[in-house]
Design a protein around this ligand. Structure first.
Ligand code: E4P
Length: 217
């Protein structure tokens, strides 16, 4: 499973990229607001740091304007994935923009039926939002499993990009189900490495090593 990082904070992306953990980046209007940056400038900086797909979201809701915004965002760099909402106009825009050879990430997916439509519209990525379904007492992981099954039934090439990830458990569960990509907030990505038994074991090894009085170098 690939890891995308779900943020518009350039410093965080740079740090995680050094660890080889960033296969791509996803942003959205809320993350741009949080960054306090201009969308075109910050997205250009992110694209220079990361070779993989960088999702940048349109903010128009009408077809013609969505397509125009998508084309403008795609001018930033060749690795832009244009993010479009899962609406009728978004699906039509998806068909047009993928027809031009551009990557499209269809976002705000909350049902398997929506994911089926996005695949039929030729989406490069579908972004089902797990955490927001959990928030309303539905099971976001069930949605990932349903989409995996439907896409495999028909051989759709659209990649499942598990989004709205809130925990380490979400990451391991979507990997078990077979999501192609998880877009993960920086804090959750860093938390993947932690385990209390690792910390305790390392502490013990270091204490015992000190008692040997030896050095390797
Ligand atoms: C990514 O593409 C989504 O915009 C993001 O994962 C949404 O996450 P949230 O539900 O935590 O805002």
């Amino acid at each position: 499973m690939q890891f995308f990082v779900d943020t518009a904070e350039v410093a965080e992306i740079a740090e995680l990229a050094e660890a080889g953990l960033v296969d791509g980046v996803t942003t959205n209007p809320s993350l741009i607001l949080k960054s306090g940056r201009n969308i075109l400038e910050v997205t250009r900086e992110i694209c220079a740091l990361v070779d993989g797909p960088v999702s940048a979201e349109v903010t128009a809701v009408k077809l013609d304007e969505m397509v125009a915004e998508g084309r403008r965002l795609a001018e930033i760099a060749p690795n832009i994935a244009i993010k479009l909402p899962l609406t009728w106009d978004g699906l039509k825009a998806c068909r047009i923009l993928t027809g031009e050879g551009r990557m499209v990430n269809v976002t705000l997916c909350f049902s398997a039926a929506q994911a089926l439509l996005a695949a039929r519209a030729g989406a490069t990525f579908i972004s089902p939002f797990i955490g927001r379904l959990d928030d309303i007492n539905l099971d976001g992981l069930d949605l990932i499993a349903d989409i995996r099954r439907i896409y495999d039934n028909y051989g759709f090439q659209t990649k499942i990009l598990a989004a709205s990830i809130r925990s380490v458990n979400h990451v391991t569960e979507v990997a078990k189900i077979g999501a192609d990509v998880a877009t993960v907030p920086p804090g959750v990505l860093r938390a993947l490495v932690r385990h209390p038994l690792t910390d305790r074991g390392l502490e013990q090894f270091l204490a015992d090593w000190a008692r040997t009085g030896q050095r390797i170098l």
